[in-house]
Write a protein that binds this ligand. Structure first.
Ligand code: ACO
Ligand code: ZN
Length: 175
């Protein structure tokens, strides 16, 4: 699986920014910290084995942000899905953004931007044709973030969330 911590820190060393936030690949030891951020910041919670299976299957695009004390303050995870192309004529791989979150105290510092840009280039290696995601129609900051990455709204998924809220389905072509 290749989850040697030091290697991953070296791998992403260049993305260390002024706030001394380190963006690096997630390891098994980080999952509790990731789950902690998820449970604080998002109503969509997943069981441990779900995070573990994403880490097993797509470790290159499962990234975390850690502060100078080593605490996890953000994460991003993706998976690849085989799905019909938008014209319905063939099957193709799509990179699906499963979840991204940054702890409240660390927002608006560019952490999500770094998490997304690094993970998007990592998931690209699976020969995906599109990046896709769903986001709550009320989630202004996340929608702005995705627009910054040139995602376009392709449609609305009605009642997508358990509380009944609709989701925008957003897509960006892989160049
Ligand atoms: N208002 C407007 N635009 C915003 C905001 C905001 N509050 N926050 C981020 N953006 C946009 C801006 O375009 C920003 O660029 P700019 O600062 O140059 O204007 C860009 O996103 C990048 O901002 P970052 O600082 O990198 O974003 P941050 O680290 O604060 O994280 C995030 C953004 C992940 C949406 C954060 O607010 C968060 O964790 N929210 C709660 C969890 C969540 O909603 N996650 C997404 C759910 S959908 C899914 O996971 C598929
Ligand atoms: Zn989704």
């Amino acid at each position: 699986m290749g989850t040697d911590k030091d290697t991953k820190i070296n791998l992403f060393d260049t993305y260390k920014n002024k706030q001394e936030i380190l963006i690096r690949r997630c390891t098994l030891d980080d999952l509790d910290g990731v789950i902690d951020v998820n449970e604080r910041e998002l109503p969509e919670d997943y069981p441990y084995f779900f995070y573990k299976s994403i880490l097993d299957d797509y470790p290159e695009s499962f990234l975390v942000a850690q502060n100078k004390n080593g605490k996890i303050v953000g994460y991003v995870m993706w998976r690849v899905e085989k799905a019909p192309s938008f014209d319905g004529l063939k099957y193709e791989n799509k990179g699906h953004l499963v979840s991204i979150a940054v702890s409240e105290d660390y927002r608006r510092k560019g952490i999500a931007f770094e998490l997304l840009s690094n993970s998007m280039s990592a998931i690209k290696k699976y020969r995906i044709k599109n990046y896709v995601l769903e986001v709550r129609v009320s989630n202004y900051s996340a929608i702005k973030l995705y627009e910054k990455f040139n995602f376009k709204t392709k449609g609305i998924k009605k009642n997508y969330y358990r509380d009944g809220e609709n989701a925008y389905f957003m897509v960006r072509e892989v160049k």
